[in-house]
Unconditional design. Structure first.
Length: 75
């Protein structure tokens, strides 16, 4: 009898707020904001988008989060 290997796929939301990004990546909200502002000394910069309209929101795409995680290994 053949056994099948289990594949575990981890994924996150396609877009997330700064609080969610910080929680999912184990950094503080302050660190996440420093990465967005490009002022963090210990972490790479993080690309974020700002929504238009009356109530502006800052969010991070899954692609930007993946790029950020990939740059962690370079430090």
């Amino acid at each position: 009898m053949k056994t099948q290997a289990q594949v575990v796929v981890m994924h996150g939301p396609l877009m997330m707020g700064v609080d969610d990004f910080a929680h999912l990546h184990g950094v503080s909200k302050t660190t996440a904001w420093e990465c967005i502002n490009g002022t963090s000394k210990n972490y790479p910069p993080l690309k974020a988008k700002i929504t238009g309209g009356g109530k502006q929101r800052v969010y991070i795409t899954a692609e930007a989060a993946a790029e950020w995680r990939a740059r962690l290994a370079d430090r």
